[in-house]
Design a protein around this ligand. Structure first.
Ligand SMILES: [Fe+2]
Length: 320
């Protein structure tokens, strides 16, 4: 198991140039990586570095690599610049996937109990066989250009809430997150400088909830793909990241690490027999979603596979 200090070291060691290297490498392709890359470029407030934490070269077939480059491209590690990164990245990624698999077993049991036609252990299978898993180190640049408020509870609106990363749903099956850390300009870890900064989710009832969790815990968000696979019995989690503002937040960056667990590109985006498209799209119409989240019904229909769904999702986020 990875120690907390290894993960901290890995996150601290990442330089901005390295963060952008992977973004640049992946831009312009219709796939899961560039979905988040585009969000990253749109925000201009984050940088990120992606790799597959399980397989350095998930596929050998050059034709497949050419056709689905960011699902399948081999990892690139900064072995000279940050030699400790590869081991820490893989160990933390594996830990999150292992815990996610335990959670997936419970999700599968729940869905099966309500929809007997649901494939036994489908989410667990996706996590076990999805060689396209991606982990992402995220660096949120200090938000010095944002309006600073020394009274952090003074005003709340959706623009403020999404000031580090706008509202969206993850489009894969399940996302695992570790707790964010905050760094001063010298790279020293500091407490969160703004009690209102961090991850927010929108509940089923439309409430905004600040989704904080302790530093020795992991958090998981359901993605749209599993919402479809479960026929809407489990719903994707709209979420955003609010920037730290105020005098104390000057020069303070936010660092975190997320693992996007998703199926192979040819996995059918089907729903359990007996459930309807309307069931699968439950809670996803405009009235329930924050501004900026393209409705799932616009990107999904029966008969498509995960690769198609990814392309459609990317296209919609490109437009927004
Ligand atoms: Fe996300």
């Amino acid at each position: 198991m990875i120690s907390a200090s290894d993960g901290v070291t890995a996150k601290r060691s990442l330089k901005a140039s390295l963060i952008w290297l992977r973004c640049a490498q992946c831009s312009g392709t219709n796939n899961a990586i560039s979905f988040h890359t585009i969000l990253c470029f749109l925000e201009l407030l984050q940088g990120s570095y992606y790799n597959n934490p399980l397989y350095d070269r998930p596929f050998d077939d050059e034709k497949v690599i050419k056709e689905f480059p960011s699902f399948t491209s081999p990892n690139i590690w900064p072995s000279q610049e940050v030699p400790q990164l590869e081991t820490a990245f893989k160990e933390l990624g594996r830990l999150i996937i292992d815990v996610g698999t335990l959670l997936a077993m419970h999700c599968d049991k729940y869905v099966k109990s309500i929809a007997p036609s649901y494939e036994d252990g489908r989410l667990t299978r996706v996590l076990h066989t999805g060689r396209c898993v991606k982990a992402r180190l995220l660096h949120y640049f200090p938000c010095d250009s944002a309006e600073t408020k020394d009274d952090p509870w003074a005003k709340v609106n959706e623009e403020d809430l999404g000031s580090w990363c706008g509202f969206h749903n993850d489009h894969g099956s399940l996302t695992g997150l570790c707790c964010a850390m905050y760094l001063d300009p010298q790279g020293k870890e500091v407490p969160c400088p703004d009690p209102k900064a961090g991850l927010y989710v929108r509940s089923r009832k439309g409430e905004l909830i600040k989704a904080g969790f302790p530093s020795d815990h992991l958090a998981f968000q359901m993605g749209e793909t599993h919402q479809i696979h479960s026929g809407g019995l489990l719903l994707a989690t709209p979420h955003c990241v609010r920037a730290a503002t105020g005098t104390a937040a000057k020069g303070i960056s936010r660092e975190t690490f997320a693992v996007f667990m998703e199926p192979l590109w040819d996995e059918p985006m089907d729903i359990p027999a007996g459930l309807t498209a309307e069931d699968a799209l439950r809670g996803t119409s405009r009235q329930y979603l924050p501004r900026g989240v393209p409705p799932l019904g616009k990107r999904w229909q029966t008969g498509i596979d995960f690769g198609d769904f990814t392309k459609r999702t990317l296209k919609e986020y490109t437009i927004y």
